[in-house]
Design a protein around this ligand. Structure first.
Ligand SMILES: Cc1ncc(COP(=O)(O)O)c(C=O)c1O
Length: 363
C-alpha cells in the first residue's frame, strides 16, 4: 500500500457552526471521510471514518498515471420530517460495481457501499441546512494504489467516500439553460467507457465545455462518435425531449446504445413520467430531427437531468448551422411537473412505491 493519510484537508464547510448556508457546488466539503482498502488475498478492510484529510501518495501510484479511477455521485436529502434520506444508493452501488469491473478493479459489495454512505451521512448531516434546495452530494470513488508504472491493473485499491453540501448546480433558481452542439469532440465511442462512470471520461470533455461557455452556453450536447448525427447526452447529464403538450405529452430520451451513461435520474424520469400519465419513449434521435421537430412545434420542451443538476430546462440550442429556441425558451409545464415529482420524492412528501428514498439516520 502506497498511501497514507496526513494533515486535515482544507474545507470550506463552516467548522464553527457546521451548517453550510451558501454552498455553491463542489467545494463545501463536510467534515468526515470513510476509507477502505482492498488487497489481493485479503479483500476489503473494515471501513474507517476519520476527519476529512489530505492523502499522501507515492508519485508512481498506478491510479494517478493510468486512470484506474471509478466514481459515483449521489445525494442525501433532508426529508420534510427532519430525518435524512439517501436517494437510490443501492442502484448507485450496482453502477459503481459495473464501472469498477470495466476498469479491472475489484467490486465493493453493495451492502458495504450503502452502509458506508449511511455512516457518513449520520456523521455529517449537521452540515446541511433546512433549505430544501440544499442537499449533501456524496462522492464514492476507488483507485489503484500500487506503486508501479507497469501497464497492468493495480493489485491494491483504496475506496474513499467524501461529501459536500450542494446548492443548485446552475444557481438557486430554475432557469432555462442554453446548450452548444459539439461537432469537433466526442464523449464516448462503441466499446469504450461511456456507459460507466470512470474518471477518464471527464477530462476530455473539458475543452468542449470551455467552448460552450465561450459561446455563451452552459452545457455541451454530445453526438454519437461514429456518425456525429445522433443525440446522446448533455454535459454530465441525460437529456429528454417532450412532444406535444398537457396530458397528451410524450416524454422521450435517447436510447441506451452502450455509449451513454444509464443515469439513475434518467430511469427515475421514465418511471415518474409514466406515473404522471405521460407516454414515454427511448429513441435514436438525430440532430436534424431535433431541430425540425422544434421548428414545427412538435417538440415543446427539452430538459437535462442528473444527480447534480436535478431537472434543468433547456431553452436555446447553439449549433454551427444556426441557433434555435425550444418552445418559448422558458421552463415548460411537463419539465416542471417532473421536477416537482422528483423533488417531492427526495423530500419524502410523495408516495415512494419503489422505496427509492433510503432512510439513513437516527433522527
Ligand atoms: C456522463 C453523465 N451522464 C449522465 C449522468 C446522470 O446520471 P445520474 O442521473 O445517475 O446522476 C451523469 C452523472 O452521473 C454523467 O456523468
Amino acid at each position: 500500500m502506497t498511501i497514507s493519510i496526513d494533515a486535515p484537508a482544507e474545507t470550506t464547510a463552516a467548522r464553527e457552526s457546521r451548517v453550510v448556508l451558501d454552498p455553491g457546488h463542489g467545494e463545501a466539503f463536510t467534515e468526515h471521510m470513510i476509507s477502505m482498502d482492498w488487497t489481493e488475498g485479503e479483500g476489503w478492510s473494515a471501513p474507517e471514518i476519520t476527519p476529512l484529510r489530505n492523502l499522501s501518495i507515492h508519485p508512481g501510484m498506478i491510479g494517478l498515471h493510468y486512470g484506474q479511477v471509478a466514481f459515483e455521485g449521489l445525494k442525501a436529502h433532508r426529508r420534510a420530517d427532519g430525518a435524512m434520506g439517501v436517494w437510490r444508493s443501492g442502484d448507485h452501488a450496482l453502477r459503481f460495481q459495473r464501472s469498477c469491473r470495466r476498469l479491472a478493479m475489484p467490486e465493493l459489495p453493495a451492502e458495504a457501499f450503502v452502509a458506508a454512505i449511511d455512516q457518513l451521512i449520520d456523521a455529517d448531516e449537521g452540515s446541511l441546512s433546512t433549505d430544501p434546495s440544499h442537499s449533501i452530494y456524496i462522492r464514492p470513488m476507488m483507485f489503484g494504489t500500487d506503486t508501479s508504472l507497469m501497464l497492468r491493473p493495480s493489485r491494491s485499491y483504496r475506496f474513499l467516500l467524501m461529501a459536500f453540501v450542494a446548492g443548485g448546480f446552475f444557481g438557486e433558481d430554475v432557469e432555462s439553460v442554453s446548450v452548444l452542439v459539439s461537432h469537433e469532440y466526442s464523449r464516448a465511442f462503441p466499446g469504450g467507457t461511456g456507459n460507466v462512470k470512470v474518471a477518464g471520461n471527464y477530462a476530455p470533455s473539458f475543452l468542449a465545455q470551455r467552448e460552450a461557455e465561450a459561446a455563451g452556453c452552459q452545457q455541451v450536447v454530445w453526438l454519437d462518435a461514429l456518425e456525429g448525427r445522433y443525440l446522446e447526452e448533455m454535459g454530465g447529464m441525460n437529456m429528454f425531449l417532450v412532444r406535444g403538450r398537457g396530458a397528451d405529452a410524450e416524454v422521450v430520451t435517447p436510447q441506451l446504445t452502450g455509449t451513454l451513461l444509464p443515469g439513475i435520474t434518467r430511469d427515475t424520469m421514465l418511471t415518474l413520467a409514466r406515473r404522471l400519465g405521460y407516454r414515454t419513449g427511448e429513441e435514436r434521435i438525430s440532430l436534424e430531427q431535433w431541430r425540425a421537430e422544434c421548428a414545427s412545434g412538435t417538440i415543446s420542451e427539452v430538459f437535462a437531468c442528473g444527480t447534480a443538476a436535478v431537472v434543468t430546462p433547456v431553452g436555446r440550442v447553439h449549433d454551427r448551422d444556426g441557433d434555435w429556441t425550444i418552445g418559448d425558451g422558458t421552463p415548460g409545464e411537463v419539465t416542471m411537473a417532473l421536477r416537482k415529482g422528483l423533488t417531492d420524492l427526495h423530500h419524502g412528501v410523495a408516495d415512494d412505491p419503489n422505496g427509492w428514498l433510503h432512510a439513513c439516520t437516527r433522527s
